[in-house]
Design a protein around this ligand. Structure first.
Ligand code: ZN
Length: 349
């Protein structure tokens, strides 16, 4: 189905006018929001296969290869409620598929975008939240970032903590194979790590009976907003949705490889009545946002679980329970790439 040429020209003209009025005359800043008709989406449920290979994260009965398929199916079902969209899946059963084959499949079906569905785990089982990995390169970064901005908002609306939009470079380009292959194939790609299957904060969400359905619907809604889709069945129309626009980087967007430059306790005052320390903390990192903090009352031998850090602030005041009335405090600032810097030990007043 092709829209008439005249209609396309009017659309192109109005998009141009909209870009100019928004001060985005630079072509690099123009996000592709009116894809081919229909929009072709390829969903890639991560991992898969029997015989103990490529299972993905495994924790307390949660198998990543299974929950990615459940989420992907929910995403597909939801997306198909919209008009003007064609959805493909790289796999619909528990089968092995290489990363290159997944990217090549997306290209073969003419996908406008490839969405890779994943769940996370960490070695120390200490991390929680969602993150979206995108290509570090040019227009692939640009489109990835624009989509990921919508995606993170949808996941945040479900109550999940957002670790952010991330890139990672390896020796051959994008570190993650699926992003590298999709970029080589010219298919924009986002790898969505919905949350951690091995942390209580995220498990409190995942334990809900319809959690994977909700995640799939969130993914589909992000796609619908990004591509300005409409659904009579759902009674929604995202044709006026404002996409986030970033310039295409001229050099690859490198990941942060170093710990935060500053973590300092400016003051720490103990309230005997509430057994709480109120600490003023300054944390800075020029390479990536500070996303968590943790604290120690035993000189840095042991630390608390990770707490959300308000990344809009450099200096923040935090309340820390100190039931045993410890006399020294150390705070550690953790950045988006999970590098951390401890403060000096501070004598609590
Ligand atoms: Zn995975």
């Amino acid at each position: 189905m092709k829209k008439s040429r005249i209609f396309s020209m009017i659309m192109a003209a109005s998009l141009l006018i909209a870009s100019v009025t928004a001060g985005l005359a630079d072509q690099n800043n123009t996000i592709k929001v009116q894809a081919a008709d229909p929009v072709v989406i390829c969903i890639d449920p991560g991992h898969g296969g029997t015989g103990g290979r490529n299972l993905g994260a495994q924790y307390n009965g949660i198998s990543e290869k299974q929950v990615t398929l459940i989420t992907a199916n929910a995403m597909k079902a939801e997306l198909e409620k919209y008009e003007n969209v064609k959805v493909y899946m790289t796999r619909t059963t528990d089968t092995v598929m290489s990363l290159k084959d997944r990217a090549d499949y997306a290209k073969a079906v003419g996908a406008d975008f490839l969405y890779c569905i994943h769940f996370n785990s960490s070695i120390a089982h200490d991390l929680y939240g969602s993150e979206v990995w995108i290509s570090a390169y040019g227009s692939m970064y640009q489109q990835g970032y624009s989509f990921a901005s919508v995606e993170t908002a949808q996941l945040q609306a479900l109550g999940l903590y957002q670790r952010g939009i991330k890139t990672k470079l390896g020796s051959q380009g994008d570190y993650y194979g699926i992003l590298r292959y999709a970029t080589a194939d010219g298919v924009p790609c986002a790898l969505i790590e919905h949350c951690y299957v091995d942390h209580g904060v995220d498990l409190s969400f995942l334990k809900k009976s319809n959690s994977y359905q909700l995640l799939g619907i969130a993914d589909a809604t992000a796609v619908a907003k990004y591509y300005h889709l409409k659904s009579a069945a759902l009674g929604v129309d995202y044709s006026g949705y404002q996409n986030v626009s970033v310039a295409a980087p001229k050099t690859p967007v490198a990941n942060d490889l170093t710990a935060p430059e500053v973590c300092r306790i400016d003051s720490a005052v103990y309230d005997k009545k509430t057994k709480t320390v109120t600490a003023k903390v300054t944390a800075k990192d020029s390479g990536s946002p500070i996303i968590y903090y943790s604290y120690s009352f035993d000189g840095g031998k042991t630390y608390s679980y990770l707490l959300p850090w308000d990344r809009t602030k450099t200096t923040d005041t935090v309340s820390i329970p100190n039931p045993k009335g410890a006399s020294t405090l150390i705070i550690r600032a953790h950045n988006q790439y999970d590098f951390y810097t401890p403060s000096s030990a501070y004598t609590i007043n």
